[in-house]
Write a protein that binds this ligand. Structure first.
Ligand code: ZN
Length: 529
């Protein structure tokens, strides 16, 4: 029996006495058309990830998987003069997207590929991501192990499977019987990780000397890094320590209020607190931001300025904590019925042993505290962006009622709520992620020479981000008919066009089959019919 580090959304890691619990790999690709020697997307309105306002109609010419030309072909509400349009060459393909909107492919910066306990196989997870326009993910370590992820990464790179491009990070210490215990061991693990082909490391925190050594070695090797600063180590090593030592991105928010403490050095833990009690952990975390230095105070500005100077990236993953401020909303999201696997639903249910299932007794007081927590946290994030800081879009789905793909759109909505202009939201979801991955020469904007990764939607997502949800947005027509609009129309990766609605149908079928096999119906917790 081999000990592995089982990663989890929100907590420290778990040492689990079991072998890697891998999910099923994605089957060979049977969806998507292309690429073509020449592919022209006709008449779209372009919403680029670089902050430029929408512009259209434009024709976008792609050759194989590269953007060749972006051509303005007319004016809004005026018929397009076809003589001005790029010519279709023999063997080429054109796609009429007049009236539609085109964005760069989305980048989910915190995307675990499924999980055995969630019963979320690769095909299910990949298709949910792709159906929501996610064409690149950063994998922050999963129970599948690095070798497994690397194989899927390669297959995705060759487009042999329907999947986003994968940037694999490894959980620090993963693959060893026990976590590196000395600076030298830390360096050794980091070197092995680089050799195996990981693009970076995901930390959960460690003693200061270990963190310093690991980050130093990793940086020397040119790899990137992410850290969820778990409370266990945060008193001695918070976000500022990480940023100074060369960490690329901080995940979630832990470690940031601690960097902002001006009247204390540890969180006001109740004296009977136990870190392994999930209710304790999440309830007390909800009181953390208000223990930090006030917005606009000297300390607030000092910390923000230093992070800005260090070009540090914040990956807040607002959505994954949303059940804390509104449990019913997260639990009853309208996509659960058709898109949530029975196994995943069971995994989400409140439990003293399931991770992140912390609502042992979650009520008004906890939710109100968390709303205030969000208010302060969002203020920091928005201000950081306003002062030139990089904020990315990450989800951490597969925990706490947050579903792959859908959660990415929710994260965009929460960035909007934090104060981002919808164009800034799109930048965060595309270019900012690409920059943090060091891939902005290849992806992140629609630009000649870059890879042909796009999201096409029939509605204007700037007016309502909800049109990006697979379930669309509700609208009443002039004839008083209630309809659903939106949902991504096409997800294009490497010049291959996927019918996003078809991918959603595939997922619904998978879920329906699993439910039928198990005779499963969603039952509300504590209510047995
Ligand atoms: Zn995570």
């Amino acid at each position: 029996m081999k000990k592995i580090l089982f990663t989890c959304a929100l907590s420290f890691f778990f040492l689990v006495n079991q072998s890697f619990s891998q999910v099923k790999k994605a089957p060979d690709r049977h969806r998507g058309d292309g690429p073509w020697p020449q592919f022209i997307i006709r008449g779209v309105t372009l919403i680029n990830g670089d902050g430029a306002p929408p512009m259209g109609p434009v024709d976008i010419v792609v050759e194989r998987n590269r953007i060749k030309e972006i051509k303005v072909v007319g004016y809004p509400n005026v018929p397009i003069d076809s003589s001005k349009r790029p010519k279709l060459e023999p063997g080429g393909k054109e796609l009429d997207c007049e009236g539609m909107y085109l964005l760069p492919g989305f980048i989910d910066m915190h995307a675990h590929i499924g999980g055995k306990r969630q019963g979320a196989d690769a095909e299910y997870v990949f298709k949910l991501w792709m159906a929501h326009g996610v064409t690149t993910i950063r994998e922050p370590g999963s129970g599948n192990g690095l070798d497994w992820v690397l194989e899927e990464k390669e297959k995705s790179a060759r487009n042999e499977i329907t999947a986003p491009r994968i940037v694999p990070y490894t959980v620090f210490g993963q693959g060893w019987d026990k976590p590196p215990a000395t600076p030298e061991e830390a360096r050794q693990w980091v070197r092995e990780n680089a050799k195996k082909g990981a693009a970076g490391i995901k930390f959960f925190g460690a003693p200061p000397e270990i963190m310093a050594a690991a980050l130093d070695e990793n940086k020397k090797l040119g790899l990137r890094s992410a850290c969820h600063h778990a409370q266990l180590n945060v008193a001695r090593w918070n976000v500022l320590n990480s940023a100074r030592a060369g960490l690329t991105t901080m995940e979630h928010w832990y470690g940031l209020p601690e960097a902002l403490f001006d009247k204390q050095t540890v969180q006001h833990y109740p004296l009977d607190y136990n870190y392994l009690d999930e209710q304790n952990r999440f309830e007390e975390a909800g009181k953390l931001w208000r223990q930090a230095a006030k917005p606009g105070s000297k300390k607030w500005n000092e910390v923000m300025n230093e992070l800005l100077v260090l070009d540090f990236t914040l990956d807040p993953t607002f959505n994954i904590y949303e059940a804390s401020r509104d449990l019913m909303r997260a639990r009853r999201a309208e996509w659960h019925e058709e898109y949530t696997m029975p196994s995943l639903w069971r995994f989400y249910e409140p439990s003293r042993v399931s991770h992140g299932s912390y609502w042992h007794n979650w009520g008004t007081e906890q939710e109100v505290a968390w709303r205030e927590n969000y208010r302060l946290w969002m203020q920091f994030i928005n201000e950081y962006k306003n002062r030139g800081g990089r904020v990315t879009t990450g989800t951490d789905s597969g925990f706490i009622y947050q579903l792959y793909g859908f959660a990415f759109v929710r994260e965009m909505e929460l960035l909007r709520e934090a104060g981002f202009h919808p164009l800034e939201v799109i930048m965060s979801a595309t270019l900012k992620g690409a920059e943090a991955l060091g891939m902005d020469k290849e992806i992140g904007t629609v630009q000649v020479g870059k890879l042909a990764d796009f999201v096409v939607v029939e509605e204007n997502p700037l007016e309502n981000l909800k049109v990006l949800y697979g379930t669309g947005a509700i609208r009443v027509t002039e004839d008083n008919e209630v309809v659903r609009v939106g949902g991504v129309k096409y997800t294009i990766k490497d010049g291959i066009v996927y019918d996003a609605k078809q991918l959603l149908k595939d997922v619904r079928d998978m879920v329906a089959t699993a439910k039928k096999e198990e005779g499963f119906e969603i039952v509300q917790p504590g209510v047995n019919g």
